[in-house]
Each structure stands twice: as C-alpha cells, then as structure tokens.
Design a protein around this ligand. Structure first.
Ligand code: THU
Length: 143
C-alpha cells in the first residue's frame, strides 16, 4: 500500500486528488438531511493512503446531528489512522468550509490540506486547516 507523507503533496498528485474528490462527491448522496436539505459529503485520506468517507446526518432533535467531516474523522480514527494527507468536503457549491467544531476536531491531527468542492466535483477551493483555524487550541496547550 502506498504511504503518503502528511502534507500538501497529495494536492499535486492528480490521481489521489481525484479519488479523494470522488469519495466526497459520492458519499454526499447518502446524506441524511431532511431538515436543512443541505447535503454534505467528506473524504479524509489517511497517511496510509486509505480514504474514509462520511455524510452529514440530522435528527428531529436538531443537536443530535453531526457534520460529514466528523463522521469521516470518526471512521478514520476507528480504523487506526492518526495522521492525514488531505480532506475533501463536498456540498452544493464550493463555498462550503468545515464548521468551527469540525475545524477544531480536525486540527488535533495537524495542518491538513482542505479541498472544498461543489456537487459536480469540479469547482474547487483550497485551504489549509491552519488558515481556517488560526491560533487553535491543541495538544501542545496541555503539555
Ligand atoms: N454541515 C456539514 O456536514 N459540514 C459542513 O462543513 C457544514 C455543515 C451540515 C450540518 C447540517 O446537517 C447541515 O450541514 C446544515 O448546517
């Protein structure tokens, strides 16, 4: 299995980048979002090269829902991944970015590149997590 060094390299690798985007676009279809009707899909690539996906799910008790990014993060962590090469988030258009809670949850694992795409998987905006959550609270603060 291919091992990817965490960092920006994946963004330059077209094949992996396309796989990651395709994962987010396709899992978005499974979003359970009858209240907001805002479907989100996320795909997180672990340093192992494996891709973990998640879709947002909502609940009649609104606060019980969870964002796509944290569903994907939970799947990756449960599989034993602890370091990540990149995240892709897909929503109706590429103006989507991870919410504050997801930024915090992800930042525990470093300055991950974030690709935000529209439902067509073609319109793209790119960030780094550190740019979306500057001066975040992390493990170092507890040392
Ligand atoms: N949502 C996500 O899943 N990820 C984001 O980056 C933004 C918001 C979800 C939460 C909720 O189910 C719906 O989108 C509307 O906020």
């Amino acid at each position: 299995m291919q091992t990817i060094k965490p960092g920006t390299k994946i963004l330059a690798d077209r094949g992996l980048r396309e796989q990651l985007i395709a994962g987010a676009v396709s899992v978005r279809e499974n979003s359970y979002s009858p209240y907001s009707h805002y479907k989100v899909g996320a795909a997180l690539m672990g340093a192992s090269g494996r891709i973990y996906t998640g879709a947002n799910f909502e609940n009649a008790s609104y606060g019980a829902g969870t964002c796509a990014e944290r569903v994907a993060l939970g799947a990756a962590l449960s599989a034993g991944e602890r370091s990540f090469a990149a995240l892709c988030v897909c929503a109706e258009d590429e103006s989507v970015t991870p919410c504050g809670i997801c930024r915090q949850a992800l930042s525990e694992f470093g300055d991950i590149p974030v690709i935000c795409v529209g439902a067509d998987g073609k319109t793209v905006r790119e960030y780094r997590l550190g740019e979306l959550l500057p001066s975040g609270f992390g493990p170092a603060n507890l040392e």
